[in-house]
Design a protein around this ligand. Structure first.
Ligand code: NAD
Length: 284
């Protein structure tokens, strides 16, 4: 039976560390680190995520504001707001909550974010620094996954095969680079991959970041695999389920993240950590 990679417990530890760093920053610089979040429209899931981020930031001693804009906001208005947040020296982190309403060009908005304030790690500069293995602000969800491995003593991946399912910059591509940096031999699978089960069968680490409920079956996994389930899917009855069949996978894996209570809480904790890192760097 697999051991649980407990995102709730580990994220609490990370948040406590962040809180101490935020307090030290505040006494050194006479102001707290500040995170500004931009939320456009009424996407229900985004509203919930933003409310959790707002609450967690306040608890950690991070100041800030949520800019709630109507769904019909224009590209120009949104980019102008990002420009204002870039120019305000008291703001350390800017997060534009995705997805944006369909009429908006998300990439163009992200391109406007000052890389020194890019706490979501999604600007081209942040992506380039990650790819090159240089210090920078990393996307929060893949960083959260890597922290789970680190805290469980599972982060030396020399000689291991890692399979990442999904190729978004937000998760799949970024965690593939992070796993590579830990010396894993990495395969990236996606919607055009021919035989996902066969790819899973040789993976010591499986990261599922797809958005398909229980796509990955327990029987596909190698005995003793480490499973990081990033997927968040809502069932008709309102409950959440990951991209991995948790019950089946638990019988074969050595370690597994639950959904909820696995990767999700880590994402928020790493966002707070990124904000403090950005604040510390910006103050030199
Ligand atoms: P995305 O839609 O951008 O990417 C999904 C990827 O899955 C694509 O690259 C696609 O090629 C691949 N894919 C689709 N169908 C496939 C199939 N049948 N077999 C193999 N690959 C397939 O999504 P995303 O933004 O990367 O998010 C993925 C999931 O992770 C979603 O469920 C999302 O809600 C969740 N997520 C969770 C957190 C968290 O904090 N836990 C954060 C971000 C995203």
């Amino acid at each position: 039976m697999a051991s649980i990679l407990d995102g709730k417990a580990i994220s609490a530890k990370v948040r406590a560390e962040v809180q101490a760093r935020a307090a030290a920053f505040t006494s050194a610089h006479g102001r707290p680190p500040a995170l500004h979040v931009v939320l456009v429209g009424d996407d229900p899931a985004s509203k919930v995520y933003v409310a959790s981020k707002e609450k967690a930031a306040a608890k950690a001693g991070i100041a800030g504001k949520v800019h709630r804009l109507p769904a019909e906001t224009t590209q120009d208005t949104l980019e102008a707001l990002v420009g204002e947040l870039n120019a305000d020296p008291s703001i350390d982190g800017i997060l534009v909550q995705l997805p944006l309403p369909k009429h908006l060009d998300a990439q163009a908005v992200l391109d406007r974010v000052d890389p020194s304030k890019d706490v979501d790690g999604l600007t081209p500069m942040s992506a380039g620094l990650l790819l090159d293995g240089r210090p920078g602000l990393r996307p929060c969800t893949p960083s959260g996954c890597m922290r789970l491995l680190l805290e469980a003593g599972l982060d030396d991946l020399s000689g291991k095969h890692a399979l990442v399912i999904g190729r978004s910059l937000l998760v799949g591509k970024s965690i593939a680079v992070m796993l590579l940096a830990k010396n894993a031999t990495v395969t990236i699978a996606h919607s055009r991959t021919a035989d996902l089960a066969a790819e899973c069968a040789r993976a010591d680490v499986v990261v599922a970041a797809v958005g398909r409920p229980e796509l990955v079956k327990g029987s596909w996994l190698k005995e003793g695999a480490i499973v990081l389930d990033v997927g968040i899917n809502r069932r008709d009855d309102g409950t959440l389920v990951g991209d991995v069949d948790f019950e089946g996978a638990s019988a074969r894996a050595s370690w597994i993240t639950p959904v909820p209570g696995g990767v999700g809480p880590m994402t928020i904790a790493l966002l707070l950590e990124n904000t403090v890192i950005a604040a510390e760097r910006r103050e030199g």
